[in-house]
Design a protein around this ligand. Structure first.
Ligand code: ARG
Length: 406
């Protein structure tokens, strides 16, 4: 009998997909669930997969790989989609595809399957990534094919005596991992409606936050966050700790309308406390140690990088080339950033580095000023020359000297 490897979340769609795929393709279904740091959602997931008919269920902890090979490059590149979204879901998908392909090869499966609909970005990310890694393996997306509504799915499950996951009570569609959480659907589909407090699980409402701010010092080495408040930590732990601290101070809520690759605008709510703090701190440190032109070039490439990740092109040579560029720049990004977290707000209040290009003697207005003030005059004369020249030759002025009135 042929085998299909299914990315299994434990939710309704992928639970129904198990019997659906088995019936439709006369196949054995192998469930794969990856731990990317989604926490609670993983409880009993193996048992749930087997209960709905999977012949085997793999649960693999990939948090370290996710942090090192996906989160970190995105952080160092400054990859933030449309100025706001730190790309938690988008970064997880190529890693999920990688392990689906790996397990499919190991299990001798003909296809991999996932629960994405035909309307989102995730299907693109998974399909393109899988194709890049092994074009011989077919990709099946049942929800793109079966045409069932949620009530249809519940009916389908009941008719087959399949336990319906309890999670269906939630009016929202969510996705979570170490780098953040996304919330869609329900009342959020009205872009004018303020997100109800119950959409948030990682961040406290600013009004309920502590009345005293928290100070966090993040140490970086070559663009890698390596410690918080003097305590060295591996990346997974560091991100998780920051999520706890920043979340408790209400930091990391994002409410935006974003452009999906498939051409629609959608209202998205995110919680990404660690990502928001780390991106802010990292960019601040770069500002201290990277020369102006390079800083701007890197910023532009960060936008390109974010688009690549968002649009499912993780396994493209362009991304690898930008990684090499970013890596070259990160050599000097070593130092510490001090941030203040207070009632939903996160701001930088201090930065220092052995590689700082900030020089007190050049910047100061006090005694010890080493800046050559007299050189400024000649510099400005030549700097402003083209502006002065074109101002003198403005068309309106020409018309006047010719005696023509507009
Ligand atoms: N809009 C975000 C993105 O495209 C979040 C997607 C959420 N995905 C999900 N399966 N709930 O990355």
């Amino acid at each position: 009998m042929q085998r299909i490897v299914l990315a299994y979340s434990g939710g309704l769609d992928t639970s129904v997909a198990i019997p659906w795929l088995a019936e439709r393709y006369d196949a054995e279904i192998i469930a794969v669930t990856l731990d990317l740091g989604q926490g609670r959602e993983l409880t009993n997931v193996r048992e749930r997969a087997l209960a709905v008919g999977a012949i085997r269920a793999h649960v693999v902890d990939v948090r370290e790989e996710f942090a090192r090979d996906y989160i970190l490059p995105a952080l160092r590149a400054g990859a933030i989609y449309e100025h706001r979204y730190p790309l938690a879901t988008a970064l997880g998908r190529p890693l999920i595809a990688k392990h689906l392909v790996r397990i499919a090869e190991m299990e001798g499966a003909v296809a991999i399957a996932h629960g994405c609909t035909g309307k989102g970005n995730d299907q693109v990310r998974l399909d393109v990534s899988a194709r890049a890694l092994n074009p011989a393996i077919k990709v099946i997306a049942p929800a793109r094919v079966w045409g069932m509504t949620r009530p249809d799915e519940i009916e389908y499950a009941r008719a087959r005596n399949i336990p319906v996951p309890a999670t269906i009570e939630s009016p929202y569609s969510t996705d979570a991992n170490l780098w953040g959480r996304s919330i869609e659907c329900g009342v959020l589909e009205d872009p004018w409606a303020e997100p109800p407090e119950d959409v948030y699980t990682l961040t406290r409402a600013p009004a309920d936050c502590p009345d005293l701010p928290a100070y966090v010092e993040i140490e970086f080495e070559a663009g890698v966050p390596v410690g918080i408040n003097g305590v060295a930590m591996p990346l997974v732990e560091l991100v998780a700790s920051l999520e706890t601290i920043a979340g408790a101070h209400g930091v990391g809520r994002i409410d935006m309308v974003e452009n999906r690759l498939v051409g629609i605008k959608s209202r998205e709510v995110y919680e990404a406390p660690a990502a928001v703090v780390l991106h802010l701190a990292h960019r601040e440190l770069e500002g201290l140690v990277i020369p102006r032109d390079l800083e701007r070039l890197k910023f532009e490439l960060g936008r390109v990088y974010a688009d690549l990740v968002y649009n499912g092109l993780w396994f493209a040579p362009t991304r690898e080339a930008i990684d090499a560029f970013v890596d070259k720049v990160q050599g000097r990004v070593t130092g510490t950033v001090r941030l203040k977290l207070f009632k939903g707000d996160c701001r930088v209040v201090g930065r220092r580095s052995a590689h700082a290009l900030y020089e007190h003697a050049l910047a100061t207005y006090d005694a010890g000023d080493a800046f050559d003030h007299s050189a400024a005059e000649g510099f400005i004369k030549i700097w402003g020359l083209p502006v002065e020249t074109s101002a003198r030759k403005k068309p309106a002025a020409q018309l006047q000297t010719l005696g023509v009135h507009a």
